[in-house]
Design a binder for this molecule. Structure first.
Ligand code: URA
Length: 234
């Protein structure tokens, strides 16, 4: 692969900036200053340093973000801020996008990636990837809601897949497991039971819990183990 393509793929430098870095001697390939931005490098083997730091090439990037309230799950929006704005410029340049949607006022685990195929698979209801949400409601859910959610709630003319619901003693807060993502699904399910959602937070995605050390708006790369878990979801 060309050196400048590698730098642009990892989101570190545009091709033009790579050429500049080469001319300044800021890039070393296997211990030797790169002479040309279009030189061929073996991205799997070569040791590439930029300003003394190792450049790690990976085909795709997977990021866990703790989505804050007030942000739209998109890469652009005319008016409201979008989640990708919370990423550094190099990752934005790499073209990361949110895998799935959370409402503007929903918080918690947002997966961002540039791996379109995996994102598609994780969101498809056919693959039953579990997403767990914690919620609070204005009024207690009536008795029997657990069974009705497990049977599959009818929203308009759409039948929801079974959803496991666990409630605390007040029946106003709890957790729900979804394997699909219909529009405002949890809010509409709760509304069917006569309650309004006051807060909603996704706390787990595909068996990976939200890293609670991430402040709202903060992000980190998935660990290798987490990424493997995500990629192995059938
Ligand atoms: N269900 C909702 O109603 N909103 C979300 O953001 C996610 C699930």
């Amino acid at each position: 692969m060309r050196l400048d393509k590698l730098f642009s793929d990892v989101g570190l430098l545009s091709r033009r900036d790579c050429a500049r870095a080469v001319s300044r001697g800021e890039i070393l390939v296997n211990g030797v200053p790169a002479m040309r931005a279009d030189m061929k490098v073996d991205e799997k083997q070569a040791e590439i340093l930029y300003r003394g730091e190792r450049v790690l090439f990976s085909k795709f990037v997977y990021v866990m973000m703790n989505k804050p309230e007030g942000y739209i799950s998109a890469t652009t929006d005319g008016k409201a801020p979008v989640v990708t704005e919370l990423l550094p410029e190099d990752l934005q340049r790499r073209g990361l996008f949110p895998a799935g949607r959370l409402d503007k006022d929903t918080t918690g685990f947002m997966l961002l990636t540039d791996d379109g195929q995996t994102a598609h698979r994780l969101l498809s209801p056919r693959h039953h990837v579990e997403k767990i949400y914690a919620f609070s409601l204005d009024t207690p859910l009536p008795m029997g809601a657990e069974e009705r959610f497990l049977d599959g709630v009818l929203l308009g003319d759409e039948l929801c897949k079974p959803a496991a619901l666990t409630l605390d003693g007040t029946r106003r807060t709890g957790k729900i497991v979804l394997t699909e993502g219909k529009y405002h699904q949890i809010k509409r399910m709760m509304q069917r039971e006569g309650s309004t959602v006051l807060s909603l937070k996704r706390i787990s995605f595909g068996g990976i819990p939200l890293d609670e050390s991430l402040a709202p708006g903060a992000w980190r790369y998935l660990t290798e183990e987490e990424a493997e878990k995500l990629l192995s979801q059938k």
